[in-house]
Design a protein around this ligand. Structure first.
Ligand SMILES: Nc1ncnc2c1ncn2[C@@H]1O[C@H](COP(=O)(O)OS(=O)(=O)O)[C@@H](OP(=O)(O)O)[C@H]1O
Ligand SMILES: Nc1ncnc2c1ncn2[C@@H]1O[C@H](COP(=O)(O)OP(=O)(O)O)[C@@H](O)[C@H]1O
Length: 632
């Protein structure tokens, strides 16, 4: 049931019949893309208005608003309508897409309306991920713009196979056929490059209604369909191959002891009672006992149906698992090649941990390598060390747990994902899985007979990673050195990893850009982990300016093993000490990206220890650290 239909419900049998008839109509999901002034809102407004599914009171309000704002000389301004409706936008996690519903005698429609200007790409990607068709709006006066190319690229990336090129504002180019023909040629060339299989081009004036619902008398040279007629009749073929049964489990339904069902929508194939299935990633097998849909039991269910399955055996399946045909199961992997559309305000940095959400599953993930960035204008592959807002790249991904997947080309549901910032919970990327990287499957953990506990026992100590973080010149090395000496004097086994030293060897290929710092800390954290595994107390002394990487480091260790020590020295003080003369150089512009000057330092939120270097001597501070280590 949809919003517009809900609004016309009346407690009257005729309405019920009408609704039922609507329910049976085929559904077309589409999205409109275009630059801000291309007339997107006017187009949606007119479709909603002219298909008469606008409510009378909305219409009255619109007429009043149009008169008040007066942008169209007393005529209805359809853009106001859509903008007005935006008040009731649906709230996604952090995504802002409103879905509008309307229907005609032949079909019902859901149009994803993606408002917002600078965040438009993000909203559009969200709307596009479920759409069958995209209307790409172009202003007849301007032709194809960078935005047109970017949006078309996203449309193709997200697997939309049907595009309507709506050449709008034909009234402003005297309804000139030659203008239309030129834009069509340009767009067909682009679509061919992007591999969009079906493009229908329509000359329009959304404002005047030309070729919207009825054929325009002002463009007799155009013999094709009107926009609405096309939307009503376009055949949405789905020629993706049948993969066999795929049911991502949305939730486990357990109303009482006797019933345990796995609910979700079948995204591929079909299922019969008695079929053998496999649950992934566990690989456990069973047979389907019942297929429940609402109050009914079904014998069979197919793609698109939301059902609850019960199984003959008690096997462990949780939300996010996939139930699949036992004879053609999907793959399970933790390393992938993927396309990413970056939507975060801050750049994507390889090595930084994010959450990856695929279907109902969320796992930790990082980009291990950016293969290249794609110029959305030319499709050229460009070298890239990071991805900025609205950039598209091809990357290798590493997940910290295996997931069940299909290539996006075969299944949008099992191949599409988003990345989420772990600090802000904002969605920072939309992505498509291309294929699994085989190397993961061929590397296994080697079991070692002598483990960390054995080594720690023989050394008579509890291994630890003591992580000093703070500005350059804050006192990290000074305090870490003193701690090291004291622990050594007590007969404990230690090692100090210091930024300045490690950067001469292991990390000599790295500089001070954000992405190099991320990689610097990732490597050092891994080395520290090996040293802790070896039974040592490791003192790590790096600026480590970003919360995300300190957290990454923390998560490598067992509970209690990681001790974060914030060496808290204000910038003015560190700068006045200027032990190495670096601040002076940085201020003079001779060292770019200097922490605290033109590169950020993110203060720790919950360190185990905070050392105030203004309030105590370095010896006293070292004492505090030692006391903390020996005390617990
Ligand atoms: N641009 C810039 N920014 C910050 N620091 C700089 C820079 N260029 C060189 N140095 C020197 O490098 C030391 C910091 O290296 P780190 O590995 O600790 O840095 S980071 O954790 O990757 O941010 C740091 O050492 P400490 O002063 O001991 O912190 C500096 O001496
Ligand atoms: N309370 C204190 N704790 C640590 N260092 C201090 C303190 N007071 C002054 N300092 C001085 O500050 C400087 C810190 O330099 P360093 O330890 O190399 O910092 P970092 O390793 O963080 O770059 C040293 O010259 C040190 O003597």
């Amino acid at each position: 049931m949809n919003v517009a239909l809900t609004s016309v419900i009346d407690a009257d049998a005729a309405v019920a019949a009408y609704l039922e008839q609507h329910e049976r109509k085929q559904l077309l999901r589409f999205i409109t893309c275009g630059s801000v002034d291309d007339g997107k809102s006017t187009l949606i407004g007119r479709l909603l208005h002219d298909t008469k599914l606008l409510l009378d009171d909305q219409l009255a309000a619109l007429e009043a608003d149009s008169l008040r704002h007066g942008t169209q000389n007393g005529q209805i301004d359809f853009a106001l309508l859509v903008d007005g409706l935006q008040a009731e936008r649906e709230q996604g996690i952090t995504i802002d897409v409103a879905y509008r519903f309307f229907s005609t005698d032949r079909r019902k429609f859901i149009v994803a309306d993606c408002p917002g200007h600078e965040q438009y790409t993000r909203n559009m990607a969200t709307g596009a991920s479920t759409a069958d068709l995209a209307i790409v709006l172009v202003d007849a006066r301007k032709g194809l713009l960078t935005q047109t190319r970017r949006h078309s690229y996203i449309v193709s990336l997200l697997g939309i196979r049907h595009v309507v090129l709506a050449v709008n504002k034909m009234d402003l180019v005297d309804h000139d056929e030659a203008v239309f023909a030129r834009i069509v040629d340009d767009y067909r060339a682009l679509a061919a490059q992007l591999g969009i299989p079906q493009v229908t081009c329509i000359p329009l004036s959304a404002l005047n209604g030309d070729n919207m619902l009825s054929a325009s008398t002002r463009m007799p040279w155009y013999a094709g369909t009107t926009l609405l007629e096309h939307l009503e009749t376009v055949e949405i073929d789905d020629d993706r191959r049948d993969l066999g049964l795929r049911l991502p489990v949305q939730w486990v339904c357990r109303p009482d002891q006797n019933f345990r069902g796995f609910a979700g929508t079948i995204v591929s194939g079909a299922v019969d009672v008695g079929d053998e299935i496999v649950a992934l990633p566990s690989g456990r097998r069973s047979r389907v006992a019942r297929i429940v849909s609402g109050d009914d039991d079904l014998e069979t269910a197919v793609r698109g149906q939301a059902v609850t399955l019960t199984l003959e055996d008690e096997i462990d399946i949780s939300r996010g698992d996939v139930i699949a045909a036992a004879d053609s199961p999907p793959e399970v992997a933790d390393q992938f090649a993927a396309h990413l559309l970056w939507m975060g305000e801050h750049a994507l940095l390889p090595g930084r941990p994010y959450w990856l959400k695929i279907g109902a599953r969320t796992v930790g993930a990082s980009v291990t390598e950016i293969k290249h960035r794609v110029d959305v204008n030319t499709q050229e592959h460009l070298a890239a060390k990071h991805l900025e807002l609205n950039e598209v790249g091809v990357c290798n991904l590493h997940l910290d747990q295996p997931v069940t997947f299909e290539a996006y080309a075969d299944s949008r549901e099992l191949g599409g994902f988003i990345l989420i910032d772990r600090q802000t919970n904002a969605t920072v990327a939309a992505g498509t899985l291309d294929f699994a990287l085989r190397r993961a499957a061929n590397i296994h953990w080697q079991h070692l007979e002598v483990d960390k506990a054995a080594r720690a026992r023989s050394m008579g100590q509890t291994p630890r990673c003591v992580w000093f973080t703070g500005l350059s010149g804050s006192g990290k090395s000074t305090v870490a050195n003193l701690v090291d000496k004291r622990l050594m004097a007590m007969g404990l086994h230690t090692y100090t990893l210091d930024g300045d030293n490690v950067r001469h060897g292991l990390n000599k290929d790295l500089g001070f850009s954000d992405e190099d710092r991320v990689e610097n800390i990732r490597r050092v954290a891994e080395v520290a982990k090996l040293m802790v595994d070896a039974g040592l107390i490791v003192l790590v002394s790096f600026i480590s300016p970003f919360r995300a990487e300190r957290r990454l480091a923390r998560e490598l260790f067992d509970a209690g093993e990681f001790v974060e020590v914030f060496v808290d020295t204000p910038l003015e003080v560190a700068e006045s000490r200027d032990v190495k003369g670096l601040y002076a150089k940085a201020r003079a512009g001779k060292i770019p990206n200097f922490t605290g000057i033109d590169s950020p330092y993110e203060v720790p939120e919950a360190p185990e220890l905070r050392l105030d270097t203004m309030a105590a001597s370095s010896e006293a501070l070292a004492e505090q650290v030692v006391a903390r280590l020996l005390g617990g």
